[in-house]
Design a protein around this ligand. Sequence first.
Ligand SMILES: Nc1ncnc2c1ncn2[C@@H]1O[C@H](COP(=O)(O)OP(=O)(O)O)[C@@H](O)[C@H]1O
Ligand SMILES: [Mg+2]
Length: 286
Amino acid sequence: MADAVHLGSGKVRELYALDDERLLLVASDRISTFDVILPTEIPDKGRVLTGLAAFWFVRTRAITPNHLLAVRPDGRSTECRRLEMLPVECVVRGYLSGSGWKDYAKTGEVCGHRLPKGLRESDRLPDPIFTPATKAQSGHDENITGAQAAALVGAERVAEAERVSIALYRFAAAYALERGIIIADTKFEFGVDRAGRLVLGDEALTPDSSRFWPADQYAPGGPQPSYDKQYVRDYCEKIGWGKTYPGPELPPDVVAGTRRRYVEAFEQLTGLSFDAYLANPSVVLK
Ligand SMILES: Nc1ncnc2c1ncn2[C@@H]1O[C@H](COP(=O)(O)OP(=O)(O)O)[C@@H](O)[C@H]1O
Ligand SMILES: [Mg+2]
């Protein structure tokens, strides 16, 4: 990467500029939980995220343009179009969980959506809802209303992002359900290209940006087992860590269990073996 300029580091990705119009996003194996990056990495996690996002980018082009240009042979580096990212995270919820559940339990609403009475934690919503959030400096995202999102990026842009986000969620949720995975909720990040078009960026529909639940174990009325950080979260709870920096080292069995779940999600959704992806990442692009 001699001619790539390092632009910055996210919690998971390293960003490089390839030229004025193209970026290289390199997904590391870092894992964060409760917004804290842990000192232990999960081998191949960055490859799972990169391969799965690319898989979805190819399959959702009829719904929205996206930033993907190429996946490099290392399986963790994505060449993409450089966008002006919107300062709003576009969250879609099909089920009541996480902060959505907390807000509903308190107020009967989530981000200004009034929901039916009597819903339980993890219940399916009558229709998916768009619940935007801001990237707060603290690292914890904050839910906002549609009006607040409109104040940040403009009412028309929000309406467009909402329409596209819901369409993406509906498509992916139906696809995943046929393969035994419930996508309870997910977060999209959009940007605007030079022509002013809304373009899907970042990662999409991965276990890091979504809640994936095994459909055969779905039992609303409480939290659900998930495909991603469940092992890590359970371990952190067990050892009584205070959820602030520094995070704990993970023991080998927790690392192995977490890696297995990430790989399982990849294989179940794509119908491809992860080894085939490692041998040739372009298998997800077909
Ligand atoms: N096409 C793009 N153009 C510009 N920035 C992008 C693009 N796609 C993703 N990004 C940004 O790159 C970063 C991805 O790194 P990541 O580790 O996921 O960050 P975070 O800690 O914010 O989740 C995010 O800040 C995201 O907004
Ligand atoms: Mg991210």
